[in-house]
Design a binder for this molecule. Structure first.
Ligand code: FAD
Length: 451
């Protein structure tokens, strides 16, 4: 065997798997990444944005959500106590490598009061403690993680893995696009969301059981930071859930960025919106997403295709993302540059085209979003103002979920699948925790010779 363990993908899941294996004395380890090394990545390059050493974590907002209820499905694989322990270990590693000590959203009478007020408005507040690394600090923290494993893990960037090699239901190693092959006792697949279609192909080829994940479609809301100040001062990122009156479907807030900015997210297929906030630079606005989950059964079972279709519609009409004042949407007219100029909320994404989002979203999505905004108005007066800006489309795709054991091993012996690419996590903390979980299982087997 060339290696004891090969890890595919150097995002948080793959990095934490490699680091934990190295800390447990396992060697040799090979970490393969299709994108560039961390220092060579450029944010403006759409491939570099998600791929390269650090994965999607490199330009993420760096919010470490410390609640076990959000950020992934690891709770379905382990008992609550074990889950909390592994999330804590994962958090400690981030802090050891430079994540800030400060935590937002600790339990307090103010938080309890906010939770009560939310309940009266038919909203559920999911309390979550958050550590905020901030976009520009993510690179610094990731670089420290990189340095701490530099002599212990062989790393190859710009090395896309073409396929996973297995024989008789047992993993053998990997083949790179360059044609090189490496053999190993264990393989950990951690390709992230950007590697979803690669993972799907491997799963089909290896006969792994998978399940389609829902797609989340919605808008990015932007308003003066003062409107949400009381809430963001207490909890920084409030995760609120609402069941819409008309469709009785789950609508939620996601990724709240106090004093942040709305940004464009470009993939090869579509241009969508997202948001982030800087550690040292702030705007006058707060932004957050309102998302509606859609799952399909038969005859159509392609939620990713559905989400792309809606995003493409916005791109077709707006030549990119569209922005609209809530007042214009409710009055049934498009926003124009003149109307946006008169808007009291100054857009932080001036590139978005003023337009009409009602041409883009299906009725059920738009209705649910409007009902959610109305409910939010009850706990934060000003949200349902005609000057609130809505940007579309925000869409979250999740990889197909791979059937895994509690140790995150697939149906192919000694092949583990972790992180967002396995469809089991959706954020930095759970992705890195899945890396630790897989590494511990592998180290245990290697040490007691049970592999
Ligand atoms: C704009 C943005 C902001 C975000 N903000 C936050 C936040 O504030 N808080 C939070 O918790 N989460 C956030 N996230 C989500 C978070 O970044 C991901 O959940 C996390 O990075 C997932 O880690 P991962 O290792 O599973 O996958 P990734 O980080 O996606 O890493 C996977 C890596 O595998 C590589 N790869 C794929 N296929 C192959 C192949 N065939 N061969 C070799 N390498 C391959 C990819 O190039 C990539 O580098 C954000 C995401 C984005 C896009």
């Amino acid at each position: 065997m060339d290696y004891k363990v090969i890890i595919v993908g150097a995002g948080p899941a793959g990095i934490f798997s490699a680091l934990t294996l190295a800390d447990l004395g396992i060697k040799p380890i090979l970490l393969l990444e299709l994108g560039k090394d961390l220092s060579e990545r450029k944010r403006r390059n759409s491939t570099d944005m998600l791929c390269g050493w650090g994965g999607a974590g490199a330009y993420s907002d760096g919010k470490l959500t410390l609640s076990s209820e959000v950020g992934g499905l690891l709770g379905e694989y382990m008992e609550p106590d074990s889950l909390n322990q592994i999330l804590q270990t994962s958090d400690e590693i981030w802090v050891d490598h430079g994540a800030p000590e400060e935590i937002f959203g600790e339990a307090s009478p103010k938080l309890e009061d906010l939770s009560d007020r939310a309940r009266l408005a038919n909203l559920t507040l999911i309390p979550s403690r958050i550590r905020h690394i901030g976009t520009e600090n993510c690179q610094v923290v990731l670089d420290r993680l990189r340095q701490s494993m530099v002599d212990r893990v062989d790393t190859r960037t710009s090395s896309p893995v073409e396929s996973l090699l297995a024989e008789n239901g047992h993993i053998q190693g990997v083949k790179l696009e360059s044609g090189e092959t490496f053999t190993s006792q264990f393989v950990v697949a951690a390709p992230g969301r950007s590697g979803a279609s690669w993972m799907k192909k491997q799963a089909e080829f290896l006969g792994l059981k998978t399940q389609a994940s829902p797609v989340d479609i919605g808008v990015r809301v932007e308003l003066p930071a003062a409107v949400l100040k009381e809430i963001t001062d207490i909890i920084y990122e409030s995760k609120l859930i609402y069941y819409s009156k008309t469709f009785d479907e789950k609508v939620r807030t996601f990724c709240m960025n106090p004093y942040g900015e709305v940004v464009i997210e470009k993939t090869k297929q579509v241009v969508t919106v997202n948001g982030h906030s800087h550690t040292y630079k702030s705007s006058d606005n707060t932004n957050f997403a309102i998302l509606v989950s859609s799952a399909f059964t038969e005859p159509f079972d392609d939620p990713i295709g559905y989400g792309l279709y809606i995003a493409r519609l916005a791109n077709l009409l707006g030549n990119g993302p569209i922005v609209q004042r809530l007042g214009d949407l409710l009055a049934g007219r498009r926003s124009t540059p003149e109307r946006i100029n008169r808007c009291l909320t100054r857009p932080t994404l001036p590139e978005a085209t003023p337009g009409d989002l009602s041409f883009v979203y299906p009725y059920r999505h738009l209705q649910s979003i409007i009902e959610m905004l109305r409910a939010l108005e009850k706990i934060a007066p000003g949200v349902y103002s005609r000057h609130t800006l809505l940007y579309g489309v925000e869409v979250k795709f999740y990889s197909n979920r791979i059937e895994l054991s509690p140790e995150l091993e697939t149906g192919v012996e000694n092949l583990f699948a972790i992180g967002d690419g396995a469809g089991i996590t959706r954020g930095l903390i759970q992705a890195s925790a899945s890396g630790i979980l897989s590494a511990r299982a592998i180290a245990r087997r290697l040490k007691d010779g049970s592999s």
